[in-house]
Structure formats: C-alpha cells, structure tokens
Design a protein around this ligand. Structure first.
Ligand code: SF4
Ligand code: SF4
Ligand code: SF4
Ligand code: FES
Length: 949
C-alpha cells in the first residue's frame, strides 16, 4: 500500500495552520552558545536542544514524540543525529547544544536508521490516509515522506493494534486507538500544560496504550481542554468537527469571547465554515493553551435560536414583528425621543455590555451621553467588579490588576481569595497549577473547598474556610498578624507609600478587634490558621494576591479590595514580577467596558464627568454638551422605573433579568417601562420585556478589541460576515443619528483611533500597531510605547500608595431561625455566566442543570437525599433545584451556580449591595431548604415567577 506523504520534508506544522513547531521549548537562558549544524555556524541560548537549534536555523530534524509545547521525552528515536566525538546517534530532542559542537542531521546512516524506525511504526498503523480525517495534518504521514518510506517490508499480518477500540464518548473529540503510536505527547500535554493528569500509559512494551482512566474520556477526570488533541501527532485524537467537515484550509486569528483570561485563537476554516478553534502559541495570555469553552463551545454562534432580523412590538404581550433595520431604528429613536419629551431628558438610559468589543462599548456610552443627553449609562461590571475599580484606584491610583498572567510564574506564595480559577478562569488555573507544582505555596480563602485546595499534585498549605460575608474580618486579621509580629516591609512603606496614612492604618489594624482570636468567632477560621497563613504570606518570598467575585460581590466588596491592597503594600508585594493584586475578571471584556467610560460618573480612562478639562476635551471632539453630574446606576434606573420616572432603556448584550439580583424587582422594573430596546444574539429573559429587538453579532463576526484581566488589548477579527447584516457599532451609530446626533464611522479602526485620542492610557493604541505586535497591555503611551505588563514599578500611579482603614461591618444579610443557612454562588467550568451561549453547545453534556451543594449534616437534618429536588427560600423569593450532598461546603453553607434560567438562582438573592459601588451581594443570602415535595410553590420557571409578579 502506498503512503500519502509530504515529499518536501518541510518543518512539521501541527499547531493550527501555519504555526511552526520547533520540537522543544525555547530556552530562557541569556548565555549564548555557538555550534555547527550541517556545516553552518549556529548561535542559540544555552539549554536549547539540538533539534530546536537546527529548526530555528532552517534545518528540520524528523520527529514524532517531540513538540515545542512539551518537555522532550526521547522515545520515538526519529530525531537521531551524529555529533563529532560522540559515540552512537543521540536523540536531538533531548541533547542540549554545547559550545563548539559539530552536528550532522542528514547522513546516509541517519536516513537508514530513521527509515527503519518509521517502518516499524507504519507496520502497525492502519493505512487509510486517503480517508483519514487527519490527512494533511498528520506528522506520521509527513515523517514517512521525510524519511522516504514508501512501503513496509514486514507486511501487516503479525500481531498489531489495528483492532484497538475507538472512544467517541467526548462530545468534541474522538480517540481512535488503532492510530496511536504511544508517543506520550497527549499524556504529557495533560500533565504539563493542563495539569489535570487525566491520561496515563497503561501496560508495557507492545501492550502499552493510552488510558483516560475511568471507562472512557467522558467518565474520566478529563476537562476537555483539548491540549492532548492539539499535541497528538497522528489522527488518534481528532476533533469531531474535523472528522465531519474536513481539514481547514485557512485561519484567522482572534480572541475568545468567554472569560477575562482573553485567550488568543486561530479560527480555522474550510471555505466559510468554522472547523475548529486552535489556541495560538503566540497568544500573550494563553501561550497555546485553552479551555473547553474557548476551544470547543463556539457552536452557539450558528445556533438556530439566533435572531437575525430586527423586531418590534407595541406591547410585550404582542407578537414580535420582523421589520427592516431602518424601521426598527426609527421606531426606537422616535419612542426614546417621545419619552424624553413627556418625562424629561433623564427618563431614559442604557447599559453597555462586557461581552462586546471596546469599540462597540465606546460607541454605546457615547450615544447615551451625546444623543440621550445624560450620563445614565452603566455596565454589567456594576454587578461584578465595580469594587475593584473603586478599591484599586483609591489605594494605587489605577482601576485594574497590577500584573500580567506570566507573573505568577515568579510567585512564591499565592493568596487566592474568593476565586475558583480552575472552573472560572481555566487557562490561568493551569498556569497557577504549574507554578504550585514547581513549589510555590498556596493559601485559599473561600467558604467552599475549591479544586485547588486539593487536587492532582496540588495541595494548599492553608484553606481559610470562612463564613460567607466575613472576608474583611479575615483580611484584617492577616494584616493584624503582620503588623503586630513585626513583619511589615518598612522600607517599602517608607519609600513608596503615604506614611501618615500608613501610621493611621497601623494603629487601626493593631486593635484587638482585628486579632485572629476575635476574628475566629466571626469567621469560623481558627486563629492559628490565620496566624500561620499571615506569616507565610509575609515571609515566603514573592507574595501575589489573586481574587474573584467572592471578594467583590459583597456589601463590603470595595472595603475588601482595599484590605487586600493594604496587605500587599504592607508586605512590599507590589511593583515587580511575582507579586501584586490581581482581579480575575468574569466576562471577556469587563476590563474594557470599565476602561471605555461605561460608568455614569466616568468618561473613558476613568476620568470623572465633573472634571471640566476632561469634559471640554470630549465636548470639543463630540460637539455636544456633557452633563457634569454623574448619571444613574443600574439599580437607580430600575428603582426609578418602578416609581415611574425612568421609562426607556437600551440594554446592550446583557441579560439583567437573569444576571442581576432580586429578579422579581428587575422584572417589575422592566415591565413598568414604556420602551425596552435589547440588542443580543438570542431572545433572552430581558428580551421577554422588550419592545424592540436588535439582533447582535457573535464574536466570530465582530471587528475590534477586547481587554482582558491583565489589561491586555487583544484584536478580535471577523471570521465571518455579520449574520444580521450589520456591525453592532453601526447599529448604535444609526440609532444615535436617528435621535438627532449624527454619528458615523467607516470601520472599527476609526473608533479605536477616537478612543486613543481621548484616553491617555490608550494613547498609542491602534489596530495597525496591534496587528504588528499581537497585543498590548495598557497604559500604552509615549512613556510605555510597548505597553505595561507590570504596574506601579517605580512608584504608584497615584503617587504614594494609600493605606485605607477597613473596619469590618457585618452584612445585614444574616442567617436566623427562619433562614438558617447561607447561600453563596459561583461558576462551573463547562458553563458560562447565564449560560446563553454554553447552554446552546454540547457543553451541557457536563452540566444540564444548576444543583445545590449542601453539607451532609444539613441535608440529614432536613430529610434531604442526594439528588432530591429541594425548595430554596430566602426572604426575597423561592426557587427549586436538585440537591447534591457535598463535603465541599461546610455545615451551614450551601452553594449553587446560576447558569440556567430555569433554576433562577437570582430569584432569591437580595437587594443588599456594596456600600461604595452598589455591586450586589450575590455571595451571601440567608436561606432555608426543604424537600420540594412539601414546598408551597414548587414551580420555579421565570415565566411562572413573572406571572406571579
Ligand atoms: S482534553 Fe485536556 S484534560 Fe482531557 S485528557 Fe486531553 S489534555 Fe487532559
Ligand atoms: S493518542 Fe496521539 S499523542 Fe497520545 S500517545 Fe497516541 S499518538 Fe501519541
Ligand atoms: S480560559 Fe477563558 S478566555 Fe481562555 S479559552 Fe477558556 S473561556 Fe476562553
Ligand atoms: S522526537 Fe526525539 S526521540 Fe522522538
């Protein structure tokens, strides 16, 4: 049988179309070594393998078990070379270069050896290249060509693996055992890149085979990150989409639209059809890794539920009517203007979306300020990270995290508070695990035992399992130990911080009320555990703080952010690699939506609307007056809607009826308005109250930028034309124009040029520069033309770091006899936010419904069995979901996710919010649980709740 092959023998390319693979990772050494390869002098960093040195200098050595994302393994023997003065033929992937070495990679002897090795592989491989899905993207096939193998001498009749079983259990990729060459790349990818260790090589010698443990991939520990699929050099592990649609033929680089990690992907297409998403090795945030959402869950973009035509209706009980774009835009504009004529300029407003591009967001807030004529613009960041903006700008002077993700590779002690990165920020979670496995120490502060507390080869030194709502007490107690035990970095404080503020803070924090012994009674965390964690953080080397919504979504969210900033400054952990205070942002562009001026009190770049000079700058460019007073926040808009003063809203890509707290209140407010305009992909819960629906574009159709949690501005490039016929910024500009404020852009690059001209931190940003360098972390200006990976290196942005006293004020939401349990919420890996996207993909295979985690003792006390439906009642509302008995939560605490509208977790969350920013207190709700059979209101769909509202 004849093999199909690449007779040119070019460098093997596997990681998507066009990214070269140099076989072994790049050396980080600064020392240079010069050697001779095939007669040519070559200079590379010390520690580089011969394979990489040759590849980087245009001379590819055949390989199978090596790939540059993994440490070399040296098992396939394809990469043998000859080295002067050395016996035998060493493997070039495992042999580092040496000064003066003379290497030959192409000799008759080597060719023969390689051909013999390849012959053995091929004699046990199904020769069906023509029909194999990996045809054209198979390194085995390529290598057969490179070594000149045309046929095998042994025949195919002996013992072989051709009947090895196929595992098709994973919804996104297949494992075809007969094609496996046991190169171990998948096992190493799962271990070294993902850190899950789901795969092993079972058996020895001829009987060796890859095993996912469990029955199959689906039942194993596998989290479907796709790293093994990407690493596999053959068609053994292959995307189902490739099997179905064929090999892609072209690629467009873009950015994931799920979480705030902001992974870069090569979208690979065949014609106009997206075949697969391959994480880009050049991606600044992900460096070639991905999670199940970004890599596989893109099918929602072409889901049949997508609305592609604009629609209007007079009343929300009417049927939707499809209309032209012009009609829909004029209808909305006329209604908005009529409301303002009748009820005043302040009676309308809008919400920007953290899922949209910077350019779209900038244009929406501009429309509200310029065409609506008020500052009634807010963003969904209000309900997640607004306390981050307040807390970090107060203490450091900038509303953003201090580090790049890479920085964690230099951390020695990581304090992880209220965040669950392996579920919510998985690619950062893998990075963190890699560092922990290198020996960094971990302190977890969380009411729930997240995976990182103890998982494969990772164990936290301390888990401060506090009661929900007591973050501030615990951070104060950690600081108390540092201050009272003389562990403050006084040099850093004297040099970098406001010393008077520090002295005031030090007196406050040393008070007995902040001691671990007092805080033990409030938080439930043993005093000795707090003391030990504080000592570790202060003395263990580079200390880094990473945190999530478990910090911000509290009535003291802003206080807690400042408490963490105090701790970082007191220990000198700011302004270099490996340290810092870092929010793990929820949505893909929550950083960008804050940067772009989405808050009612700030224009882009966090400049207050009351600042005359700032307003004048915008007024002269936009040719319009901007009000000097802040506008309404989301909760104010909703409250005023109920009182009848606020009557029209533009909701851009945000499902407030599902994602905001106290759903009944939100729905009542929406129902009370005369005009609700929703721009989104699907008819979501909010759209059920809408009078105008503008179909939106998915990230695959957008042209613009997202800014991730490390302030990294990434390009989002259109992979396909907008399915609704228009870019979202175009629709918004047309609406503004129809309302009497002419707005026009030729393309998204022009919008970025305007952003750059008006926003000091974006001064030098342009699409052109981004296309040249890949991504940029703001500030990008004359002082930092290549961006700023680490903030506050030579001084804080505000001048001196400001210590702020952070007294612990317990939330008013407390457990009591009627509601004795505390409910807290979070995310799961396979679903995203309210699930509008992921529920429309095969990700639901792993999570079909939200469940309530409950401790065994609480379940027993209430006669609740595992898997039973239970009613969850708070003083706000009631919902029903299935119980899951779990030791992840302590007695007295229950936990759920909010990915499914059917469970409507926010039906029961309360109206309490952060004192400074109104960020809702999602993380603490006093509830009671009982078997649903005895519930008075067991129906829980939002439609039913709506009927009752
Ligand atoms: S998909 Fe990811 S988690 Fe699953 S086996 Fe492959 S590398 Fe491991
Ligand atoms: S499945 Fe692929 S990567 Fe894993 S051992 Fe087999 S051939 Fe190598
Ligand atoms: S980690 Fe976040 S940004 Fe990266 S692929 Fe997953 S969801 Fe997308
Ligand atoms: S590539 Fe070097 S031994 Fe396999």
């Amino acid at each position: 049988m004849t093999l199909l092959s690449d007779p040119q023998g070019l460098a093997p390319i596997r990681n998507g179309i066009g990214e070269p693979d140099f076989g072994t990772p790049k050396s980080k050494s600064e020392q240079q070594v010069t050697l001779v390869i095939d007669g040519a002098p070559v200079t590379v960093p010390a520690g580089t393998s011969i394979m990489r040195a040759a590849g980087e200098n245009g001379c590819s050595i055949p390989k199978l078990c090596a790939t540059d994302s993994l440490e070399p393994f040296g098992s396939c023997r394809m990469c043998l070379v000859e080295v002067d003065g050395r016996k035998g033929t060493p493997a070039s992937c495992t042999t580092p270069v040496e000064e003066g070495m003379v290497v030959r990679t192409q000799t008759a002897k080597l060719s023969k050896l390689r051909r013999n090795v390849m012959e053995l592989y091929i004699s046990d491989h199904p020769l069906e290249c023509l029909t194999c899905a990996a045809n054209g993207d198979c390194e085995l096939q390529d290598m057969a060509g490179v070594v000149g193998l045309r046929d095998v001498r042994y025949g195919y009749d002996g013992e072989n693996h051709l009947d090895a079983p196929k595992d098709t259990s994973n919804p996104y990729f297949d494992f075809e055992g007969s094609k496996c060459i046991v190169c171990n790349r998948c096992v190493r990818a799962c271990d070294q890149i993902q850190g899950t260790l789901a795969l092993t090589i079972e058996g020895r010698g001829f009987n060796s085979k890859v095993s996912p443990g469990g029955l199959n991939f689906l039942s194993s520990e596998c989290v479907s990150c796709g790293a093994c699929v990407q690493a596999c050099p053959t068609g053994t592990l292959e995307e189902k989409s490739v099997i179905e649609l064929g090999m892609p033929t072209r690629t467009v680089q873009t950015t994931c639209a799920y979480c705030g990690v902001g992974c870069t992907f090569n979208a690979e297409l065949r014609g106009d059809e997206l075949v697969r998403m391959v994480p880009a090795k050049t991606g600044g945030a992900n460096e070639g890794h991905s999670c199940v959402k970004g890599r596989f869950a893109f099918g929602y973009a072409t889901h049949k539920d997508r609305i592609l035509s604009p629609m209007i209706r007079e009343k929300i009980t009417d049927k939707w009517q499809e209309v032209s774009w012009d009609e829909a835009i004029n209808y909305a504009a006329t209604k908005f203007k009529a409301i303002q004529a009748n009820y005043g300029d302040n009676s309308i407003g809008g919400i920007t979306s953290s899922r949209c591009t910077n350019e779209e967001i900038f244009v929406v807030q501009k429309m509200i300020r310029a065409a609506f004529g008020n500052n009634n613009v807010d963003t969904c960041a209000r309900v997640c990270h607004s306390p981050t903006g307040f807390g970090l700008s107060t203490t450091f002077g900038t509303s953003a995290g201090t580090q790049d993700f890479k920085s964690v590779g230099k951390s020695d002690v990581i304090l992880l508070i209220g965040a669950n990165p392996t579920d919510a920020h998985p690619v950062f979670g893998s990075r963190l695990k890699r560092r922990l496995r290198q020996g960094a120490k971990l302190i977890v502060v969380d009411p729930r035992k997240i995976d990182l507390v103890e998982s494969a080869r990772v164990k936290a030194q301390h888990h401060l399992q506090l009661q929900p709502g007591t973050n501030v007490a615990v951070i104060n107690a950690l600081a108390h130990v540092i201050v009272t035990e003389g562990l403050v970095d006084q040099d850093f404080v004297n040099e970098r911080c406001d010393v008077e503020a520090f002295d005031r803070w030090m007196k406050f924090i040393a008070l007995p009320e902040n001691s671990p012994e007092v805080v033990q009674a409030q938080s439930g965390v043993p005093a000795e555990e707090i003391r030990a964690a504080a000592r570790l953080f202060a003395t263990g080397g580079n200390g880094a703080i990473y945190y999530g919504l478990g910090v911000t979504e509290h009535s003291q969210g802003s206080t807690m952010v400042m408490g963490m900033a105090n701790l970082a400054m007191a220990t000198g952990n700011i302004g270099r690699e490996g340290v810092g205070v870092n929010p793990l942002r929820g949505q893909n562009n929550v950083q960008g939506s804050c940067d772009m001026g989405s808050f009612p009190h700030e224009l882009s770049g966090y400049r207050h609307v009351s600042d005359d000079a700032v307003r004048e700058q915008f007024e002269s460019v936009w040719d319009v007056k901007i009000l000097p007073e802040p506008g309404m926040r989301i909760p104010n808009m909703l409250d005023n809607a109920i009182s009848g003063d606020f009557r029209g809203i533009f909701v851009h890509g945000e499902d407030i009826a599902q994602s905001d707290p106290n759903t009944n209140h939100v729905m009542a407010a929406l129902e009370a308005m005369d005009l609700v305009v929703v721009q989104d992909l699907f008819i979501n819960e909010t759209a059920k109250f809408a009078h105008v629906f503008f179909p939106g574009t998915s990230f695959l159709e957008k042209d613009g930028t997202f800014t991730n949690a490390e302030r990294r501005i990434n390009r989002v490039r259109p992979v396909m034309a907008p399915k609704n016929g228009k870019q979202e910024w175009e629709i918004v500009a047309e609406l503004a124009t129809a309302m009497g404020y002419p707005m026009h852009y030729d393309n998204a690059a022009q919008i970025m040029d305007e952003i750059a001209a008006m926003t000091p931190t974006f001064k030098n940003v342009s699409f052109e520069l981004l296309d040249q360098v890949g991504s940029l972390q703001w500030p990008v200006n004359d002082a930092a033309p290549e961006g700023t990976p680490i903030m506050h290196m030579n001084g804080f942005v505000r001048g001196k770091g400001l210590f702020v006293e952070t007294p612990f004020v317990p939330t008013e939401e407390r457990s009591n006899r009627k509601f004795p349990l505390l409910l807290t919420t979070g995310r799961i890996l396979s679903q995203y936010n309210v699930g509008a996207q992921t529920r429309r993909t095969a990700n639901s295979t792993w999570h079909q419904e939200d469940v309530l985690e409950i401790h065994e003792s609480d379940a027993q006390m209430r006669g609740i069995a595992d898997g039973q439906k239970v009613a969850i009642t708070s003083r706000i509302g009631e919902t029903v979901m299935r119980a899951q008995i779990s030791d992840r939560v302590p007695a007295g605490v229950v936990y759920t996710t909010f990915h499914h509208p059917i469970s409507g977790a926010n039906v029961i969350t309360t109206e309490f919010s952060d004192w400074a920013t109104n960020c809702p207190e999602y993380k603490v709700t006093a509830v009671e649980i009982r078997p649903a059979d005895s519930a008075s209101a067991s129906s829980n769909s939002l439609d039913d709740v709506l009927m009752k509202a």
